[in-house]
Design a binder for this molecule. Structure first.
Ligand code: C2E
Ligand code: MG
Ligand code: MG
Ligand code: MG
Length: 283
């Protein structure tokens, strides 16, 4: 039996499933205007290659600074947006904005963008992607779309065909948060992934000779057999990084390498001399 009485007030960083209905409705309506009020921004978290520590990519992560409530965590507002077509409009904005930022910064590497089920189920995603690529000139090989393992997504022929079409364009497709839920082998088999992202819950307890290392070794073999790029998320400690490198995992993301943050302004364009003190004037 569920407990009786009014639900306790939850902070806005709690999962949105815990938010009461009234608050959800208010957030949804605030979120509708948030883009126009410039309350939404993207942060970017570096992804590095474990073999040499070089940055090879970055994941775009949505941030909402609510005028009255302050920062609202994605775990609270993304599910609210996913409750309606709002997520489709937000997703288009994220793709366009992130693609523009990445196109202006070749050194950023491959850009990863999280996508929601509704972007796929409405059929909007391919058009959103093509518009973002066309507008920004970002090469399709520099874009990777992330689908979380727990995404409620039927895997019928339309969905498979839509994702296959994106892959055929050279766009990457990552299974995000793998191992957070059921480590869904069915999804891995049915959808045309190029990348497997090990959830931070698999990395958190990683230790020499521990059970998590054995599990990760087996998942690595699985991913390798399927020809997938292997990425670890939530890497916070050097010891975890070393174990992952030893396993031959390709890439990693986590606070150890960099927190999600705003990008540095673009390097000066060729027309603007970058060296300070270099005066113009002599032709
Ligand atoms: P995700 O795609 O799995 O993103 C990784 C999350 O882990 C991010 O949380 C990031 O800030 C956090 N993180 C990164 N490194 C570490 C670490 O070393 N330790 C720990 N404990 N956490 C780390 P964030 O930014 O709160 O985003 C949460 C989720 O919200 C994302 O999980 C993603 O599923 C969703 N999300 C974020 N932006 C978007 C978006 O633009 N569109 C959609 N559809 N979903 C988004
Ligand atoms: Mg992600
Ligand atoms: Mg993840
Ligand atoms: Mg996640």
């Amino acid at each position: 039996e569920p407990p009786q009485g009014p639900p306790p007030r939850k902070p806005l960083d709690a999962a949105a499933s815990l938010l009461d209905r009234g608050l959800r409705r208010r957030l949804a309506s605030d979120l509708r205007g948030a883009l126009g009020r410039s309350e939404l921004t993207l942060h970017y978290q570096p992804r590095i290659r474990l073999a040499d520590g070089a940055q090879v990519g970055a994941e775009a992560l949505l941030r909402w600074r609510h005028a009255k409530r302050g920062d609202v965590a994605p775990a609270a507002f993304i599910p609210v947006a996913e409750g309606s077509d709002l997520i489709v409009a937000l997703g288009a904005w994220v793709l366009r904005t992130a693609a523009a930022a990445a196109a202006a910064r070749p050194a950023l590497g491959r850009l990863s963008v999280n996508v929601s089920a509704r972007q796929i189920l409405t059929g909007a995603l391919p058009g959103q992607v093509e518009a973002a690529l066309a507008e920004t000139g970002l090469p399709p090989e520099r874009l990777e779309l992330e689908l979380t393992e727990t995404l409620a997504l039927p895997e019928g022929p339309e969905v498979v065909g839509l994702l296959r079409g994106l892959r055929d364009r050279g766009i990457g497709l990552a299974l995000d948060d793998f191992g957070a839920g059921h480590a869904s082998l069915g999804r891995l088999r049915r959808l045309p992934f190029s990348t497997l992202k090990f959830d931070h819950s698999l990395i958190a307890g990683l230790a020499e000779a521990g059970p998590d290392l054995a599990i990760l070794r087996a998942l690595r073999d699985l991913g390798r057999a399927l020809g997938l790029r292997l990425v670890a998320e939530g890497v916070e400690q050097a010891a975890q990084r070393d174990l992952l490198a030893g396993l031959g995992v390709d890439e990693a993301q986590g606070f150890l390498f960099g927190v999600p943050a705003e990008l540095e302004p673009c390097p000066a364009a060729p027309l603007a001399p970058a060296t300070e003190g270099t005066t113009t004037g002599d032709a």
